[in-house]
Each structure stands twice: as structure tokens, then as C-alpha cells.
Ligand binder design. Structure first.
Ligand code: ATP
Length: 367
């Protein structure tokens, strides 16, 4: 297995900078995800690791070996594409065997390896079927088998589940994780689906407009987003532009812009380096409390319920504080929470330990 390092990597297409000054290391055996909106540079980065593109500037290494301009067939990576890229006129066996035939392995070895990998992806009984006769989920398994059968050092998966329905996607997530753990293979997974990224990855790199915004574990990304883009892209959140008006050793007090409400934040949620510049306060909807009666205390604001959505286990409630500020709250479906209605006057409590200060990034398009 290999580690993968990208050092000061940039890729431009004409005037478009698809990936800019990217530095990251993916550890041996890690399940690592590139996450971000459409056009942010995920696939371009994956293709530079596969060798389909060479960086305009920078270095790609597998372990310590410089692979920057090594052609794809000499990299020992296995790739699974969004559209599977199978050969429709061939059987499952022939599709999976293809890469081994190209490598001129003896027939008996090919047979042994194909049968073994098909049983691992639970397609042992399908080897003689034409791939065109398989369901989407089964075709995805064939694509996985075809990537794994060459025993790659690195498995590259480009939005492999986006053509499947929600239920099948769920099943395939567990299946891919099971195989990844079983093979212990360094895996790089591209997706724009945050649930997929959070639930599958050891670590995630969040991209926006060709720039990597944060590299961290799913828990860190969710609980300690590096900036307002990451906070908003991963899960729901309330992001409120703010400026610092006061701080002591335990707390900081911010003024929301433009309406001026004062919000107290625990110092541990507010880094010194974030005192200046463009700032925002972020609080997850599940961290917001809705009160029926006024209570004295910090960070309590009067508002009106403008929207309630019931989703079974949860209520999603929007409360208008003033014309500039609507706070979203998520509450569990319990007896106490059931009694709110649209139009109710309520008080919103933003507990200071749940509010985080994040830098506001200036986003500029890359094209
Ligand atoms: P998606 O989720 O939609 O696949 P992505 O995050 O994978 O998006 P990329 O495909 O890496 O994004 O594209 C990044 C930027 O580079 C986009 O602006 C895209 O238009 C541009 N780009 C990618 N490939 C090429 C190419 N071959 N020629 C010109 N521009 C390209």
C-alpha cells in the first residue's frame, strides 16, 4: 500500500485554475475523501493522482517516489468511474479479467483472481452474465471488482454511487467500506455528498473553487469547521456575520451585522487569530434552544415561529428574530417540542458553548 502526497500542486486549463496550491498527504491504508460542490476541482485532483492529467505545477508522490509525470498504466492504481465505464458487450468475467489479460498473466492465474474478487464483491454467481443484463448496483460491483483485481496500491473512486437510488447507495457505502477494510487499501473517494463523506471517511478534504479549505476527520470538520464555507457546506448551520466588541480571558462578545444583537461566545470557541478580519458566528440548528417563555440570560432573543417541518424523528423550525435574522433550530420529536406552532411568539437561546467563531472567506470564482 502507498501513501500519496501532493506538494504545491496546481492545474490550469487555459484561464481556469481548476486546482490551486494544493498540499496534502493521504496516509497508507486511509479512506480519504475529496468533498466539495460541482466544479471545485475534486475530479481534476483525482485524475492527477491517477496520471490522466499531469499538474501544471507541483509534485505528486506515492510513498517517497515522484510520480508527477508517470503515465497511468505505470502507477498501479485502480479507478472506478461515476458511469462505471464497463464493456457492455462482455461478460462480468471478461470485464474483470480485462486488466489482467492486458498485463499478460497466465490464464489459470487470471481465472483464480477473477473468481476470488467476484466472490468478495458478492457476484460469484454472475460471472457469465453480460454486464448489460445487470442492475446498476451490480454493475457498480463489477466496476469495483475490476479495479481491485489488479491489486492496486491505491484505489480511486470518482462519485461511484451517484447513479444509484438512495437505498442502494446506502448498501453500497457499507459494501465499499467493507472491501476497503478487508483489502486495507489506500482509498481516495470523490463525492459532493456530505453524508457519504462524513459516514465513510477517515479524513476529508473540503474543496471550494480549486482551493482546499480544510483537511480533518469527519467529527472535526463538522464540529470545528475552518471557515463559514465549510460550516455551511457540511450539514445545516446558522451563519451570522459579526464583529468583535469585547473579550476577556473566558468569553468574547460579538455584535451581529447588520442588526446589532450581542452574542457571547466561549473563548475556547473563538481563536485569537480570528479577532480581526471578516468573521461569522456559526451555530448548528441542533445547538439552538427554543423557549416558550422569556428567561433572563445571555444570547436570548425574542422571535416568531415562521416555519415548522416535521420529518419523523425531528422538527426543523425557523424563527424570525428580525428582518435580517432567521434562526433555524432542530429539535427531537418529544412531547415537550410538539407544542410549537407557526406564528407563536418564542424566545431563542443560543448557548454560548454551541456558538463558534469562523473566518468568513472571500469566494472568487476560478473561471
Ligand atoms: P463535479 O463534481 O461536477 O464533477 P469537480 O469538483 O470534480 O466537479 P472538476 O471536474 O475537477 O470539478 O473541474 C474543476 C474546474 O476545472 C471546473 O471549472 C471545470 O470546468 C474545469 N475543468 C475540468 N476539466 C477540464 C478540462 N479538461 N478542460 C477545461 N476545463 C476543465
Amino acid at each position: 500500500m502507498s501513501s500519496v502526497s501532493l506538494e504545491a500542486v496546481q492545474k490550469t486549463f487555459g484561464k481556469t485554475t481548476a486546482v490551486n496550491d494544493l498540499n496534502l498527504t493521504i496516509h497508507e491504508g486511509e479512506f480519504f475523501t475529496f468533498l466539495g460542490p460541482s466544479g471545485c476541482g475534486k475530479t481534476t485532483t483525482l485524475r492527477m493522482i491517477a496520471g490522466f492529467y499531469y499538474p501544471t505545477i507541483g509534485t505528486v508522490r506515492f510513498n517517497d517516489k515522484d510520480m508527477t509525470t508517470v503515465p497511468p498504466e505505470k502507477r498501479n492504481t485502480g479507478m472506478v468511474f461515476q458511469n462505471y465505464a464497463l464493456f457492455p458487450h462482455m461478460t462480468v468475467f471478461e470485464n474483470v479479467a480485462f486488466g489482467l489479460k492486458v498485463r499478460r498473466l497466465p490464464r489459470a492465474d487470471i481465472r483464480k483472481r477473477v473468481i476470488s474478487v467476484l466472490s468478495k464483491v458478492r457476484l460469484g454467481h454472475y460471472s457469465d452474465r453480460q454486464v448489460s443484463q445487470l442492475s446498476g448496483g451490480q454493475q457498480q460491483r463489477v466496476a469495483l471488482a475490476r479495479a481491485l483485481v489488479v491489486e492496486p496500491e491505491i484505489l480511486l473512486l470518482d462519485e461511484p454511487l451517484s447513479n444509484l437510488d438512495a437505498r442502494l447507495r446506502d448498501d453500497m457505502r457499507s459494501e465499499i467500506l467493507r472491501l476497503q477494510r478487508e483489502f486495507g487499501i489506500t482509498t481516495i473517494y470523490v463525492t459532493h455528498d456530505q453524508v457519504e463523506a462524513l459516514s465513510m471517511s477517515d479524513r476529508i478534504a473540503v474543496f471550494n473553487f480549486g482551493v482546499c479549505q480544510q483537511v480533518a476527520t469527519p467529527e472535526e470538520i463538522y464540529n470545528k469547521p475552518a471557515n463559514d464555507f465549510v460550516a455551511q457546506f457540511i450539514g445545516e448551520t446558522n451563519v451570522m456575520p459579526a464583529s468583535l466588541i469585547y473579550k476577556d480571558e473566558h468569553h468574547a462578545v460579538f455584535k451581529l451585522e447588520p442588526a446589532g444583537q450581542k452574542i457571547k461566545v466561549k473563548k475556547t470557541n473563538c481563536h485569537i487569530s480570528q479577532d480581526k478580519g471578516h468573521l461569522a458566528l456559526s451555530i448548528r440548528p441542533e445547538g439552538v434552544n427554543i423557549l416558550k417563555q422569556h428567561c433572563e440570560g445571555d444570547n436570548i432573543f425574542k422571535g416568531k415561529v415562521v416555519f415548522i417541518q416535521f420529518t419523523g424523528a425531528l422538527f426543523h423550525t425557523h424563527i424570525k428574530i428580525d428582518k435580517h435574522l432567521i434562526i433555524r433550530a432542530t429539535q427531537l420529536n418529544t412531547e415537550a417540542n410538539i407544542s410549537f406552532n407557526t406564528g407563536d411568539d418564542v424566545w431563542v437561546h443560543l448557548p454560548q458553548e454551541n456558538v463558534r467563531v469562523v473566518p468568513k472567506i472571500e469566494v472568487t470564482a476560478n473561471a
